[in-house]
Design a protein around this ligand. Structure first.
Ligand SMILES: Nc1ncnc2c1ncn2[C@@H]1O[C@H](COP(=O)(O)OP(=O)(O)O)[C@@H](O)[C@H]1O
Ligand SMILES: [Mg+2]
Length: 334
């Protein structure tokens, strides 16, 4: 196992005047055995960052260490990493056993050792009874487990996952998420896990890196990121529905944006006067979309609180200790 150190990592595609920089200096120290999620919208540079760690993309600037080795110029095979992709990338003509064993066979690991490692991984992943089948004879979730098994048998220093759950339906995704958590508890291998899904990030991460347009906006535990977002971007990307960000709230500060999460507004007899525009019932909770002057905000209420009438005026009190202030120019937390 190993720690992972990203120091001022930069990526440029193209050369000379045509070069485009897509990663703008990412700094992160991932601890030995830690599970770190990289989360951000499509195109923000998550895969590029992961592929630089894997050695599949050249690093344009900065220093990457795995353990105490600088690996910038090492080939993927020399980095002691294993990667799991969204599309599984299994060989269709091989059995699941052969797929899991393939990398070891190439590396000339003795046959008995291969058998032992594949058996162990198959046991952890509950794939034992499927090893003699071909990938096409499996469900999507089972295929993804074979892909993970292939990574596990390598016994790498670092696991890299690039949106491995994106091809699964919602229920299977939630289930596989739990399996990945269990796997990490059992194996304790340092992991970088990329996703665009903030719920996946919140539930899997020990710490998470929030990316936006090639910049790291925040690196912290899910609790830190949720309760103290570093920027307006993080405030609106993490949490569903997103944090309300108001320029002209009553009691606001000049030059500051006021942030308040939908669950931190209490409907009652006092507070801001709001006009109800839409109400959404989501099972246990109800989202009230309401107008405050020229701005819209969302309040999260319980289903048993009843629905306010569309067009009616309600009052909502923002919780004093749950207010967030951001610089209106830079978006940085104040
Ligand atoms: N080979 C490439 N050449 C030029 N630009 C690229 C290349 N690969 C990715 N990019 C650009 O880099 C940015 C980040 O892409 P990517 O890392 O794939 O984002 P993500 O995985 O977060 O969706 C995007 O703007 C994308 O267009
Ligand atoms: Mg990607």
């Amino acid at each position: 196992m190993a720690s992972l150190s990203l120091r001022n990592i930069v990526k440029r595609y193209g050369i000379g005047s045509k070069a485009v920089q897509v990663i703008h200096g990412v700094n992160a120290e991932v601890k030995d055995g830690e599970f770190v999620v990289i989360v951000g919208p499509s195109g923000c540079g998550k895969s590029t960052l992961l592929r630089m760690v894997a050695g599949l993309e050249e690093i344009s600037g900065g220093e990457l260490r795995i353990g105490d080795r600088v690996v910038n110029d090492l080939e993927p095979a020399q980095r002691d990493i294993a990667m799991v992709f969204q599309n599984y990338a299994l060989y269709p003509h091989m059995t699941n056993f052969e797929n899991m064993a393939y990398g070891l066979k190439i590396a000339k690991v003795p046959k008995e050792e291969i058998q032992a490692r594949v058996d162990k991984a198959a046991k952890i992943l509950e794939l034992g009874h499927l090893l003699q089948r071909k990938p096409r004879e499996l469900s999507g979730g089972q295929r993804q487990r074979v892909a993970m098994g292939r990574a596990i048998v390598r016994q790498p220093q670092v696991f890299l996952f690039d949106e491995p759950l994106s091809n699964l339906d919602a229920k299977l995704r939630a289930q596989t998420r739990l399996e990945i958590q269990k796997l990490h508890r059992e194996l304790g291998i340092t992991s970088l896990f990329v996703t665009h899904d903030q719920v996946e990030a919140m539930t899997l991460a020990e710490r998470m890196i929030v990316m936006n347009a090639g910049n790291m906006e925040q690196f912290g535990t899910p609790e830190e990121v949720y309760s103290r977002p570093a920027t307006t971007f993080v405030a609106s990307f993490i949490g569903s529905p997103p944090m309300n960000l108001l320029k002209n709230a009553p009691g606001g500060r000049p030059g500051s944006i006021l942030g308040i999460r939908p669950e931190h507004l209490d409907v009652g007899d006092s507070g801001w006067a709001l006009q109800v525009e839409t109400v959404e019932l989501l099972g246990a909770e109800r989202l009230v979309h309401a107008r405050l002057g020229d701005e819209m905000l969302i309040i999260r209420t319980h289903e048993d609180q009843g629905a306010p009438a569309i067009g009616s005026t309600i009052h909502a009190q923002p919780r004093e200790d749950r207010l967030h202030w951001f610089d209106a120019q830079t978006g940085q937390r104040q």
